[in-house]
Design a protein around this ligand. Structure first.
Ligand code: NI
Length: 428
């Protein structure tokens, strides 16, 4: 038994170097060297956040650094996007790595030396601007990755495309933007990307940890609007009119019945949220019209279509039963973020090299949406989460993304850089 083990060991040590060149030690060393600069970038970008489609200074910082590294750089892609193309010494696959650059209309409340005090204009309102989703860390990690990989250019087989994308959170009213525009402008085609990877920092995942889900990972997000028309009447004589507020409350309940009673929830989650309702002008007037609008989250395209159909049916039939009419519009915003199972299986060992086997965990469904999904429609994709919660934090009580108290511990951004770099060398 013992001898057999020893023979196997000798055989393995002979074969292993032939099978693959493990670059992880070299990647670790180069990452450690660039980390102080990465943290500096992150904090600078955090202090100077820009809203979607307005990432002018951030894009300038990115482009300048990529050019300094000798990377072919395109600017002004889908408004403020920057694309860097690093050609390795030998031919091979084309790998896309993506970061988003936009901040949010949120006023920062976190007491850090690099707190944002930036104000801007958003849909006609003056707002505070904050990197309240951590996209500042994404830019910093991808810049760090570009630095490490540019230094190892001679050993790279293939091409790496660095994608710095604007407006992940959605473009301001009247504009388009984000991943779908980047795709439309050919970022996946020129050169043709074989596989694409993306990272999201997470405020409720402990630093040093990576989380991912194979298959559907993040929800499709669709927006809906229901316009209910009744007949105006005096508040004292409801029978003389058709009360659209009464209809709306029934429809509201009906929508939740689609979730609770008509959706196969063990298969995948469904969420219908009404986030906006407008009706009425005065206490004693039954209005003519009510508008209710909200978002639909699904993780399975069949269920997505089914829910859309049921929303239409529920709204129109309930309205009809009360003598009113309901007009339903559904706007497909972001598709399901789908991680290609074969690609995930192949690349998880690279993530484990970045942070240790026990620190790469399978995640649960995420009912948030991510426009990275659009890249996944063009090539096999893998989107994973890197921890930004301080050690010992409570994931149930830490401030969530998009809030004024959102906080990221930036001491372990190396995990994301190492993950990206190992992926580039391990992908075949
Ligand atoms: Ni985000």
């Amino acid at each position: 038994m013992k001898r057999m083990f020893a023979t196997t060991l000798v055989l393995f040590s002979l074969i292993a170097p032939v099978l693959a060149v493990d670059m992880s030690a070299e990647i670790d060393a180069a990452t450690a060297k660039i980390m102080p600069q990465v943290v500096q970038w992150r904090r600078y970008i955090h202090e100077h956040p820009e809203l979607g489609n307005r990432e002018v200074e951030t894009a300038k910082l990115v482009a300048e650094h990529l050019r300094k590294l000798g990377i072919e750089t395109r600017t002004g892609v889908a408004k403020t996007g920057v694309v860097g193309i690093l050609k390795g010494a030998q031919p091979g696959p084309v790998i896309g790595l993506r970061a988003d650059m936009d901040g949010l209309p949120v006023t920062e409340r976190v007491d850090v030396p690099f707190k944002s005090t930036v104000k801007s204009e958003y849909n006609g309102q003056t707002v505070g601007v904050m990197h309240a989703c951590g996209h500042d860390t994404h830019v910093a990690m991808l810049l760090g990755t570009a630095t490490v990989l540019a230094g190892m250019k001679d050993k790279i087989k293939g091409t790496v495309v660095f994608i710095f994308q604007p407006a992940e959170e959605g473009a301001p009213a009247g504009e388009t933007g984000g991943a779908s525009d980047m795709v439309k402008e050919g970022v996946m085609d020129n050169p043709k990307i074989d596989a694409i990877f993306g990272i999201h920092i997470n405020s409720a995942t402990e630093i040093g940890t990576i989380k991912y889900k194979s298959g559907a990972e993040m929800a499709a997000s669709d927006w809906f609007s229901i316009k209910i028309k009744g007949r105006q009447a005096h508040g004292a004589y409801p029978w003389q009119g058709i009360d659209p507020i009464a209809v709306a409350t029934q429809i509201y309940t009906g929508l939740q019945m689609i979730v609770a009673r008509q959706s196969e929830l063990p298969k995948a989650p469904v969420i219908i949220t009404v986030g906006r309702m407008s009706a009425g002008i005065r206490e004693n007037i039954i209005p003519e019209e009510v508008t209710m609008a909200g978002t639909i989250r699904t993780l399975d395209s069949e269920m997505q279509n089914d829910v859309h159909e049921k929303i239409r049916r529920t709204a129109t039939k309930i309205a009809e039963s009360m003598g009113a009419t309901a007009e339903v519009t559904i706007d497909r915003k972001t598709p399901v973020t789908y991680n290609d199972p074969a690609l995930v299986k192949k690349m998880v060992p690279s993530l484990e090299k970045a942070t240790g086997k026990g620190n790469v965990l399978e995640a649960e469904w995420v009912t948030g949406a991510e426009d990275f999904a659009f890249y996944g429609q063009k090539a096999p994709a893998f989107f994973f989460f890197v921890g930004g919660m301080p050690k010992g934090g409570n994931p149930k009580t830490v401030p969530s993304h998009h809030t004024p108290d959102f906080f990221i511990d930036d001491s372990r951004l190396d995990v994301g850089i190492k993950a990206f770099c190992n992926i580039v060398f391990d992908y075949k």
